[in-house]
Design a protein around this ligand. Structure first.
Ligand SMILES: [Zn+2]
Length: 186
């Protein structure tokens, strides 16, 4: 499972205002219908606003590879050619943000720091989500319960949604072909 968050867009909306926002002012941590804890908008946000910094431990590539080996780690982001950032630390409230197939936020990189930015207007009380960016490997191990009308059923990056639909279609077709044969042999 490649769950490495590669190359978040480095374009920044410089009209988005000062970066002094904090989780306590803008976001609330509450139980989420998607999974575990989530972060929710405390007020209305316009598109392009920095909601919270995605903070974490700067680690070298070797440590990063080690931590991502053989297990789910959706908290590690690509920073630059030398360093990655592991957000799985207590002092990173942004780690509670859940994945959605129709996310209302995205993570961008600005001068070596990562920010969660609204990608559309967000209503007060809405859960903040971004795309975890998983590829298709072992997708069945990561069911998605984001509740979006366009939910594809698994935690898979938006760029792979069409491939996922094809993979699921092939699997269903296989099952349909196999079913009569199984009956006959039983
Ligand atoms: Zn979903």
């Amino acid at each position: 499972m490649e769950n490495f968050q590669e190359n978040p867009s480095c374009e920044v909306d410089h009209d988005a205002g000062p970066a002094r926002v904090s989780a306590t002012e803008l976001l609330e941590r509450k139980a989420s219908a998607i999974h575990g804890w989530g972060l929710f908008a405390a007020l209305e946000f316009r598109s392009g606003l920095r909601l919270i910094e995605y903070r974490g431990e700067r680690i070298d590539k070797e440590t990063s590879t080690e931590r991502r080996r053989g297990g789910l780690n959706h908290s590690i982001f690509f920073l630059d050619d030398e360093c990655d950032l592991d957000g799985n630390v207590e002092w990173n409230p942004a780690r509670f943000i859940n994945h959605s197939c129709a996310p209302n936020a995205e993570v961008i990189c600005d001068e070596g720091r990562l920010w969660v930015i609204s990608k559309r207007p967000i209503g007060a009380g809405e859960e903040i989500t971004f795309d975890y960016g998983y590829d298709l490997e072992d997708y069945e191990d990561f069911p998605c319960q984001c509740g979006a009308a366009s939910c594809v059923g698994y935690i898979v990056a938006q760029e792979f949604h069409a491939d996922l639909a094809r993979a699921i279609g092939r699997k269903l077709a296989c099952k349909r072909r196999r079913a009569p044969a199984e009956k006959m042999s039983g």
